[in-house]
Design a binder for this molecule. Structure first.
Ligand SMILES: [Zn+2]
Length: 398
């Protein structure tokens, strides 16, 4: 064990009383190679390019949000900035090049994005002018090593004029400059930009592999790792967000359990539940909304407690409706007997039983209604009314 190494071993302790988690970080000697999960093809292409010494001028790392592009880019930066004399051993994850690449502090690493250009504008300067100025500044010689690495995040969010300026920069011949473009949606890049890139696609990882990795790296118990791997469709970034926001997952599970429970309840109980779910979700959306200082609390006994602002209530109702839609879809799939494809089946043991008592047609109609409510919430519908409408339409099993 050694402090300051690149690979972190995370140990998570659970406090059963408060359900809060504390993270302890212990650093270990780093193993060489890529540290991100899966992506065998993208990895092989990048390593082959690096070993040939004649790198393509530009890499395009693309994949949907939450796919795990960030971790892959980190590996790619280490690969390109590693100084190990044995090229086949790169990234060694031990040299200063690897370490400063991974912490994004390497002197030959230049990072840009539409947001960075926007924030870096001088007075009166347009975004396009700021991006052009930034691109001009990337042309300098490397300071510490063989090459300069120019990383452009959210490249697909840059407008056409900026992309044209970028194209000019990409067309300048140089062995000492490598560009890495990162994009959620490569289709938003100009064809002329895209055609100059070596594409590196970041896709889903097989569930079993992702689950094993979550047990290993996030120290999740097997059952939970399997559930998270399913829920995130094999995308590493999403899986990490879920496993690190354990409480969010727990809350979603609780809401879905309550909704299954309400299938057997009447109108009055459903309305009480709608209100409680909404209040709970609003408190979670804005934790400080729950901690109103005593002096600002209403003076009259029995008065209503202060309500969360409308925007928070709408956000809260939206998250409930989203959990509800996924539950209703899962019930429909469970009805068809295909439990294997149902994420919630991992979370709710009574799902098949609940599904049996429901008709497929009412479920389909209900999902349609929830989708309309979801859209309505985005258009300023009343959150409380929206949930009450859904509660009335939620099928009943006797
Ligand atoms: Zn290295």
């Amino acid at each position: 064990m050694r402090v300051g190494a690149d690979r972190w071993l995370t140990v998570r302790l659970s406090d059963a009383a408060t359900r809060s988690y504390t993270r302890f970080v212990i650093s270990t000697e780093a193993a060489p190679g890529f540290l991100s999960l899966g992506q065998a093809t993208a990895r092989a292409v990048a390593i082959r390019a690096s070993q040939r010494q004649r790198l393509g001028r530009t890499f395009l790392v693309f994949g949907p949000a939450g796919a795990g592009k960030g971790a892959f880019v980190e590996d790619l930066l280490a690969l390109l900035l590693c100084t190990d004399v044995d090229r086949a051993a790169r990234p060694c994850n031990a040299c200063a090049g690897c370490r400063s690449a991974r912490s994004r502090a390497h002197p030959d690493l230049v990072i840009g994005s539409p947001e960075i250009w926007r924030d870096g504008r001088s007075t009166g300067e347009s975004l396009v002018a700021a991006a052009r100025r930034w691109l001009g500044g990337t042309a300098g010689a490397p300071i510490a090593g063989e090459r300069r690495v120019i990383l452009i995040e959210e490249a697909d969010r840059a407008g056409e004029q900026i992309q044209n300026a970028l194209l000019k920069a990409l067309e300048e011949p140089s062995d000492r400059h490598v560009f890495i473009l990162v994009a959620d949606e490569p289709n938003r890049l100009l064809d002329t930009v895209r055609s100059r890139c070596q594409p590196l696609r970041i896709g889903p990882v097989p569930r079993a592999e992702l689950s094993a990795w979550l047990m290993d790296h996030e120290l999740l118990p097997k059952e939970q790792a399997d559930a998270v791997a399913r829920i995130s469709d094999g995308f590493v970034g999403r899986a990490l967000a879920f496993s690190r926001q354990h409480e969010r997952l727990e809350w979603r599970r609780r809401v879905q359990r309550e909704l299954v429970d309400l299938l057997g309840r009447g109108r009055a109980e459903r309305f009480v539940s709608a209100r409680e779910l909404l209040d709970d979700a609003a408190r979670r959306a804005v934790p400080e909304a729950a901690d109103v200082p005593p002096e600002s609390a209403p003076a009259l006994d029995g008065a209503e407690p202060p309500r969360a602002p409308a925007s928070v209530q709408r956000l809260a109702a939206t998250t409930i409706v989203e959990a509800w839609i996924s539950l209703a879809r899962d019930l429909l799939v469970a009805k068809a007997g295909r439990l294997d494809g149902v994420p919630t089946a991992e979370l709710l043991s009574d799902l098949p039983g609940a599904a049996m008592g429901l008709g497929a047609a009412p479920l389909v109609a209900f999902i349609g209604l929830l989708e309309a409510i979801h859209a309505g919430l985005a258009q300023n519908a009343s959150p409380r009314l929206a949930l009450e409408v859904a509660m009335l339409a939620w099928p009943t099993v006797s």
